[in-house]
Design a binder for this molecule. Sequence first.
Ligand SMILES: Cc1cc2nc3c(=O)[nH]c(=O)nc-3n(C[C@H](O)[C@H](O)[C@H](O)COP(=O)(O)OP(=O)(O)OC[C@H]3O[C@@H](n4cnc5c(N)ncnc54)[C@H](O)[C@@H]3O)c2cc1C
Length: 475
Amino acid sequence: MSAGSTAPVHIIGGGLAGCEAAWQIVGSGVPVVLHEMRPLRPTAAHKTSALAELVCSNSFRSDDPEHNAVGLLHAEMRKLDSLVMRAADANQVPAGGALAVDREGFSTAVTAVLEAHPLVSLCREEIAGLPPPDWDSVIVATGPLTSAALADAIARLVGEEALAFFDAIAPIVHRSSIDMSVAWLQSRYDKAGPGGSGADYINCPLSRERYEAFIDALLAGDKVSFHDWETATPYFDGCLPIEVMAERGRETLRHGPMKPFGLTNPNAPNVKPYAVVQLRQDNRLGTLFNLVGFQTKLAHGEQVRIFRTIPGLENAEFARLGGLHRNTFLNAPKFLNETLRLKAAPRLRFAGQITGCEGYVESAAVGLLAGRFAAAERLAKTLRPPPPTTAHGALLGHITGGHIETIDAGPRSYQPMNVNFGLFPPLTQAPTRAVDGTRLRGTAKTLAKKAAISRRALGDLALWIAGGDHALAAE
Ligand SMILES: Cc1cc2nc3c(=O)[nH]c(=O)nc-3n(C[C@H](O)[C@H](O)[C@H](O)COP(=O)(O)OP(=O)(O)OC[C@H]3O[C@@H](n4cnc5c(N)ncnc54)[C@H](O)[C@@H]3O)c2cc1C
């Protein structure tokens, strides 16, 4: 089929995800119509009319492909001919081990490439509702600040509960970093619930002194203030930040998320904890656990300092820290299939932060995948999702299936996340010895494990790229 006779894929939103998706699609010879509402309709955070504008920091974070999951994602994106990475590399500014960019140069470069491409039509317009019925392949990449008219239409289509307008993020910890000689596994009153075993939570006990010190630390800790346009943030879903609960009374947390009832500590059965912090499994792999009810606006450094005072979490490694922001995102594991199509309306695909990934790089990576899936489909070919051992596959797994819903009743638990090594399937055999034969310990062991996961990822990505399916093989 020639490009001239191929119907276009429509992309709504010319941000990080939409631009990367457009680039990947036109790379397959399929035309794209890219609909971007700026400058006609601005958002509360964007300042320019350029495509792929970076709304805040100019950093793409670590560029270390061996020991950092986002650095690995960079490496994979480069191998997949990412426009975002190409523009970032061309506009790099010195930032140590991080990849930081000249923001204007970066977005100007992306805009220029897409504007000049013969298969891209750029329409500066807001799509203020569901796209017309004759758009049979659409990627919605409208980001955390999706315009209200479109967000309302999506919410009506999927149900109010399926689309969130704020994230309320509790920190997530790597299970392997929790001290289980202090903490223990048990569900409150040993209740199994619909999907549980009766021992689904990791419990960390606090004595009265530790609890009082913890409350003091919460009250004194530095908090991040809301942006002007976020000040009307409703503390929705009963998701009060823990420091706000502590401000309401020193005992509030002990009667809320830190209540000690229905739990017996097998490490010290005769000592009744004064308060308990519970962590709940967050992903199917069981590698990540979230601190239940611990959504917070504490500054990130303060979170690490204060949460490591919780017995059992002294050496906690955080896969994600807490936050509360204006955001728009779908309950993607429930509503999207493995190629990012909306189950209720398969002509719509979602990409970028609206799927519940977090960050510039992750949004672009999910745009890359959505673009490749849409292009393959347009060409009547099949594209297998990338293996879960790759950074792209791990991120896709988080979005479309890796997260597990709450075991018991409570607010919907899927929350945005950056890529991190906790999303990858564990190694079948983690390295135990260095090349010189000495036994690996501590940081050296952790680094060796990360390097092995990264090697496996790049190897599996190469196989995926070499595989017939990846090359848009016919069904
Ligand atoms: C205030 C703020 C600060 C942030 N800071 C950082 C940071 O420092 N580092 C980081 O990694 N991430 C940060 N993020 C997250 C970051 O926005 C996203 O990770 C990334 O930009 C999302 O990419 P995206 O393509 O999904 O959305 P965006 O890049 O926001 O692109 C979406 C595009 O869709 C357009 N659009 C929206 N609705 C419509 C419509 N109805 N019709 C047509 N066009 C529409 C918008 O104008 C926008 O251009 C921040 C987010 C916010 C809100």
